[in-house]
Design a protein around this ligand. Structure first.
Ligand SMILES: [Zn+2]
Length: 745
């Protein structure tokens, strides 16, 4: 179904929408949401007993005149019991008058209330029993289910049953999963009119009082909302599609349009696009499903178009509306969504059929490019932050939501394009479409069914895709910082925020970027699996800008694209391990070291004041592992990153608890000493110590104070002024006193 609002868009009040149809005067400010007065479904109820039978055959035999919603006649519905049945229940609106009900040729008592006809059967019909129910009725069908009026020289009456309005004009069971296996529609109307309906026109029979009966017959399974009629003072135009698969046969396309003078000539160029579209879609999706019957158009002012099986009802004949309703013959009619939750399978794919028509048959369309066409859809989707393509259960009776042009149509179309992009192979993509059509032809399917076909054909796991784009809400906004790395590379830091983060915090997937350089552009692909992911690309020139998704494969917005300078080093897997030998092992991984000068390991007892314990220089492979001596106690450890440009960064802070029990000691090396005494002092406390040197007769010859830290400390004392001989070094603080002899040479 497709709503247009060509004229009404100047009359309705609504939020911003999107005009997709060429030739339409509807500007971008008009609203595509359902503004027609459809009967409310707020309290829709279905008797569970409807599931006890399978609809096999429907015969409608009605009298209808153009310009009137008065309907009279009978319907025959043949059903097969799939559970034991003591009654037959049909859905039929209470405003219609039921005159009599017959079961297998016998008149039956019935009640008609709460929009259901209940017919007690008198005995139990077992599983497998056939029942033929015939209901005679008359009444004025509600507007919104049956439309009548005059329009451009045409006087018409036409049905429109999607989504819950079949029961407004014939008794039926409105459960999508039960297709009616075949259908006959007899419509009696005044001579001079024509009646369009489903399948083949097998007879036009004279009837008393200057009436004619049109008999349409369809042998294809048909969902409950797709039987239709359109009665009017039509003129007829026929052209033929010739898909290669049935050559030299052809498919007739019957157009019933307004008889206004000059009108047919004016729309003929567009009507003549229909055969070309059928041929193209047959090549892309599989042969037109109803090729042994026909395709056609019936004109009526229903506010847009409706994909009645084999004969779409059309308010007008814009090229995109023709493509949309024709696309539905595959997407909606041949394979129908199993529940209204998955209306995407109808509307998203019908809209994508329009996109494909523009892509594959550009000479038929006036759009500058498919990219521009898709951009319009993206812009409309992003006019609000949330909403899923999937229709949630609590909105399943809300027709404005089911037929939301923003979500079911435009976002639905856009994410099919994204799926095609994810597959990176048009053969797989179109094989998916064909296989799905072939697997579920004449029946119904869910989005899960489609997902399974797509996964089988493509070999890809599409769970993330469906969770993010179909069941999820919103869209991503990209912020990209690009860094220079060496002289021939750039690194992109790709950040993403989302418009509905509580529902969909991140959109993984494949994205296309165009890197713009002074002398030309380079287009690259990135596979995004997490936020703030880094990507490295060869670039011998300065990047001037980056375009995100230049060909509109994925709904997205762009935030900041900025130059981040020289790529900073990044550390990962930073760890510390306490060893029993009073050594702690510090290790880390580093990348992007081009601006790095040195790593300095710093420790702290209180987490505030740090001191340096070790310096390491970059050595190329990015893996670092080094021991630092630490006495018993709790420590904070961090890696200071000294960059060549003078900037400094720190790693995250590590904590370690050392238990090593080593006694305080001093090791002089080398010994004998020459100009300077060098020693390693192991101390178990942070404090200021006194270091004194005595000669053999006990005279103090040198002294200094030094801050030491728990663990290993380097000591250096000038000894160049001492004469050769034996000396003693005494390290002292509080109660601690260490003595060690050395020889000066
Ligand atoms: Zn549609």
């Amino acid at each position: 179904m497709k709503k247009l609002y060509i004229l009404s868009c100047f009359l309705v009040f609504g939020i911003g929408g999107k005009a997709q149809m060429e030739h339409e005067t509807c500007a971008k400010s008009c609203n595509h949401e359902n503004m027609l007065s459809r009967p409310s479904q707020a309290t829709y109820y279905q008797y569970p007993s409807l599931s006890k039978y399978d609809m096999k055959y429907l015969w409608l035999h009605l009298a209808v005149e153009p310009g009137s919603n008065v309907i009279s006649g009978s319907s025959q519905l043949n059903v097969l019991a799939v559970s034991p049945m003591d009654s037959l229940i049909l859905e039929f609106k209470d405003n219609m008058v039921v005159d009599s009900v017959w079961i297998n040729g016998e008149p039956k008592f019935f009640t008609h209330e709460n929009d259901h006809i209940l017919i007690p059967l008198g005995n139990i019909f077992p599983i497998g029993a056939h029942l033929q129910s015939t209901v005679y009725y008359h009444g004025t069908a509600n507007t919104g289910a049956v439309y009548n009026g005059t329009y451009n020289g045409l006087t018409y009456t036409a049905s429109l049953s999607e989504s819950y309005q079949a029961r407004e004009w014939f008794p039926v069971k409105q459960i999508l999963s039960d297709k009616i296996d075949s259908l006959d529609v007899w419509i009696k109307t005044s001579d001079g009119n024509k009646v369009g309906s489903n399948g083949l026109l097998v007879a036009v029979v004279d009837s008393p009082n200057n009436k004619k009966e049109f008999h349409w017959h369809s042998r294809h399974p048909i969902d409950y909302y797709l039987p239709s009629f359109s009665v009017g003072n039509y003129q007829e135009y026929i052209n033929y599609a010739k898909p290669a698969a049935i050559a030299p046969d052809s498919i007739p396309i019957i157009h019933y349009v307004s008889p206004a003078p000059g009108y047919l000539d004016a729309i003929k160029p567009n009507l003549d696009k229909t055969p070309v579209l059928i041929e193209k879609y047959s090549a892309l999706f599989g042969l037109y499903p109803f090729h042994d019957e026909k395709y056609g158009h019936c004109q009526a002012n229903i506010g847009g178009g409706m994909e009645h099986q084999t004969m779409s009802t059309m308010v007008s004949f814009g090229s995109t509306l023709i493509a949309h309703e024709l696309g539905h013959q595959w997407w909606g009619d041949n394979v129908t969504c199993a529940t209204w939750n998955d209306i995407w399978l109808n509307e998203g794919f019908a809209e994508y059929s329009v996109y494909l028509a523009i892509e594959k048959l550009p000479s038929l369309y006036s759009f500058t490019s498919t990219t521009e066409y898709m951009q319009d859809a993206h812009d409309y989707v992003m006019s609000q932050p949330g909403g899923s393509v999937y229709v949630p259960n609590d909105l399943i009776f809300n027709e404005n939501r089911i037929f939301s042009s923003r979500l079911s149509y435009d976002k639905g179309m856009a994410i099919i394009h994204t799926l095609r992009w994810e597959m990176q192979d048009d053969t797989l993509f179109f094989n998916t479409l064909k296989t799905y059509q072939n697997t579920y032809k004449n029946t119904v399917a869910s989005a899960t069914d489609f997902k399974e076909v797509a996964e089988t054909i493509s070999g890809k796991n599409l769970t993330d895709y469906f969770n993010e784009w179909y069941y999820g809400e919103g869209y991503p906004t990209f912020n990209i910082t690009y860094f220079k790395l060496g002289s021939d590379s750039i690194v992109l830091l790709v950040n993403q925020t989302t418009s509905a983060p509580d529902v969909t915090p991140f959109f993984k997937g494949l994205y296309e970027l165009t890197l713009q350089f002074p002398t030309g552009d380079t287009t690259v692909k990135i596979q995004l699996s997490q936020n703030n992911q880094l990507f490295r690309f060869h670039a011998s020139q300065e990047v001037t800008n980056i375009l995100v998704d230049p060909n509109n494969w994925v709904i997205n917005a762009v935030g900041a694209i900025q130059y981040g300078g020289i790529i900073p080093v990044t550390l990962s897997e930073v760890n510390i391990l306490a060893g029993a030998d009073c050594q702690a092992l510090v290790s880390w991984k580093a990348s992007n070291e081009s601006n790095l000068s040195a790593y300095i390991i710093e420790i702290s007892k209180d987490g505030n004041s740090y001191h340096q314990v070790k310096t390491l220089y970059p050595h190329g492979d990015g893996y670092y592992s080094t021991e630092i001596p630490l006495a018993t106690g709790h420590y904070f450890v961090r890696i200071k990153i000294n960059n060549r440009d003078g900037s400094i960064k720190y790693s995250d802070i590590l904590k370690v608890n050392m238990q090593c029990g080593k006694a305080e000691s001093i090791v002089i090396s080398p010994n004998p000493v020459h100009k300077n005494l060098a020693a390693q002092l192991w101390w178990n406390k942070d404090e200021i110590i006194s270091i004194r040197v005595y000669n053999v007769i006990g005279q103090m010859v040198a002294t200094q104070k030094q801050q030491v830290f728990s663990g290993s400390n380097s000591i250096s004392i000038p000894t160049h002024f001492l004469s050769n001989g034996i000396y003693e070094i005494r390290v002292h603080a509080g109660q601690n006193n260490i003595v060690q002899r050395f020889l000066k040479e």
